[in-house]
Design a protein around this ligand. Structure first.
Ligand code: C5J
Length: 225
């Protein structure tokens, strides 16, 4: 493919390699985003996450149109919870725990309605879906091997939530040598202060975990490929 395309970003311009990146969409699952679902039942304002759907859909459409790699992730566990450590299972509100019945089926259990990706961003044939038991996409999954097979060295990272699964994945990727560009309006947190801090932390100290940019600037770069 063509030469790198410059994207205005924090803390510095990001050189997007058209043939060397994947779009990664973290955990855009009904359990986290749907009104009436698990996230909302814990008292969270899902609107803070749902504002990412429209820009992310535009990013997904444009990336798909160029035939570039797209990877979706889902956080969740086997029905017998054998992949869920007690430390994770026993934390959180005692009234609602992983595996408990919820408004959209058993909470964060693979195969349940709530565990799946929202309709607006549903994967299409050819796109990888990585089921992960942890917060980061590398732990306990084939994500790393998949990226090696795809021959990419840059990740454009989107999804929810900014300070938890997005951050964990970006940190894991950074330690493995990937350059991560996080799209600011395509990641979301239930907590506005965590959203702001989470983004600032990525670009701090000269880009200690990576870069941040807007989806508009990413889309402009794709149009130049
Ligand atoms: C994600 C979470 N996806 N907040 N999970 O961030 O527990």
């Amino acid at each position: 493919m063509s030469d790198p395309v410059s994207i205005p970003a924090n803390p510095a311009t990001f050189p997007l390699d058209p043939g060397g990146f994947a779009l990664v969409i973290i955990d855009m699952q009904r359990d986290f985003l749907e009104p009436g679902g698990f996230g909302e039942s814990l008292g969270n304002d899902v609107g803070q996450l749902r504002r990412t759907i429209q820009p992310l859909r535009a990013v997904l459409d444009a990336t798909r149109a160029l035939g570039l790699p797209v990877v979706h992730t889902r956080e969740g566990h086997l029905p017998d919870l054998s992949d869920c450590p007690p430390s994770k299972l026993n934390r959180g509100l005692p009234s609602r725990r992983i595996g408990d019945p919820g408004p959209n089926g058993r909470i964060l259990i693979r195969g349940e309605y709530g565990h799946d990706i929202i309709d607006e961003l549903a994967p299409v044939a050819g796109e990888a879906v990585v089921d992960k038991p942890g917060k980061g996409a590398f732990y306990g999954t084939g994500f790393g091997d998949l990226l090696v097979a795809a021959g990419v060295s840059q990740l454009v990272v989107t999804g929810v939530t900014t300070e938890v699964c997005v951050h964990t994945t970006v940190r894991e990727a950074n330690d493995r040598g990937y350059d991560c560009l996080v799209l600011e309006d395509c990641v979301g947190s239930y907590f506005p202060e965590f959203q702001a801090a989470g983004l600032a932390m990525i670009a701090a100290q000269g880009g200690i975990f990576g870069w941040t940019a807007t989806s508009a600037d990413y889309l402009k770069a794709l149009a130049a490929i």
